[in-house]
Write a protein that binds this ligand. Structure first.
Ligand code: 13P
Ligand code: SF4
Length: 301
């Protein structure tokens, strides 16, 4: 069994050998996030950075939809996902057929899909969004109504900030749906003066009681710029671990929920991916073209 340090050394060598870069989401464990990743960030930053990569191989340390997005933006490059089973409860909550039915039911209403969806679902939509730009995307049509799929809570949280009427779906993130307003009250009682940040995939009642809500990158920026002495990030567990490294003077209170899909990615399977070229992401070209358009429209905003 190789130690963490041996795996890190091997991965750094393999990256050079294969001219590879590792893009890692903020929910990856610290040994990946701080140890081997070249680019780290939220879903929006990972998509943006994927357009600038000049390496031959991209390893996406994150879940499958993130690797698909990187592949859409880099059709000629090899994009590897270290574990094909790294899914997402939001991506699993909706199919391309569901989107087609929504379009039939609401003719002429623009369809925004969260990046946390399959390429087939993106292909049926007008534009994508992430938690970092959802409000801007929804308002970009100048329309009275917009369909926003599939995260019901994100849709409700955005609806609270705009006059655009939002038609939502019933998908939920299995990590963020577990937080409750009671958790927020308990935290304030047990940790006086604590600043509470909530991801917008949390239920609206949780976001309403928090001090700030934003994407994982927005939460990280909030901590760096506002420097609250005590803070809670209501999101996936690795987020606090990764942000805390840069802020030893800030007290991080850590109720958190693990994402079992994000946690499928390990140093071992990143190393294996680079050694074997597994698992290369492929997307049916008939789906890839319209899905790419939806992602590119988002990036052009
Ligand atoms: P962001 O990093 O874009 O905020 O997304 C959070 C998330 O749950 C990704 O799976
Ligand atoms: Fe999906 Fe939630 Fe996990 Fe993100 S944290 S990958 S939204 S299940």
């Amino acid at each position: 069994w190789a130690t963490f340090a041996e795996d890190v050394d091997a991965i750094l060598e393999l990256k050079k050998k294969h001219n590879a870069v590792i893009l890692a989401h903020n929910y990856q464990t610290p040994e990946i996030f701080h140890g081997v990743a070249d680019i780290v960030g939220d879903s929006l930053l990972l998509a943006r950075e994927a357009t600038k990569v000049d390496a031959d191989v991209i390893v996406l340390a994150g879940v499958h939809f993130m690797a698909e997005t990187a592949k859409l933006l880099n059709p000629k490059k090899t994009v590897l996902v270290p574990d094909l089973a790294a899914g997402c409860s939001l991506a699993d909550s909706i199919t391309a057929q569901d989107v087609r039915l929504m379009r039939q039911r609401y003719p002429g209403v623009p369809i925004v899909t969260y990046v946390n969806t399959s390429a087939a679902v993106k292909a049926e939509s007008d534009i994508c969004c992430t938690s970092g730009n959802a409000l801007r995307v929804v308002e970009s049509f100048g329309a009275e109504r917009v369909i926003m799929l599939p995260d019901e809570y994100l849709a409700q949280n955005i609806a609270a900030q705009t006059s655009v009427k939002i038609i939502a779906w019933k998908g939920h993130c299995e990590v963020h749906e577990l937080f409750t307003p009671d958790d927020v009250r308990q935290l304030r009682e047990n940790h006086p003066g604590v600043t509470i940040l909530a991801h917008p995939e949390c239920p609206p009642e949780v976001v309403a009681e928090a001090d700030f809500s934003g994407s994982t990158a927005a939460m990280s920026d909030f901590v760096a710029q506002r420097r609250p002495p005590r803070v809670v990030l209501l999101t996936e567990c690795s987020m606090s671990d990764n942000v805390a490294v840069a802020h030893p003077d800030i007290e991080f209170i850590r109720p958190c929920n693990l994402c079992p899909h994000m946690k499928r990615i390990t140093l071992k399977n990143i190393r294996h991916a680079l050694e074997t070229g597994q698992h290369a992401v492929t997307i049916d070209p008939a789906i890839a073209a319209p899905a790419r358009r939806a992602v590119e429209r988002m990036l052009a905003l």
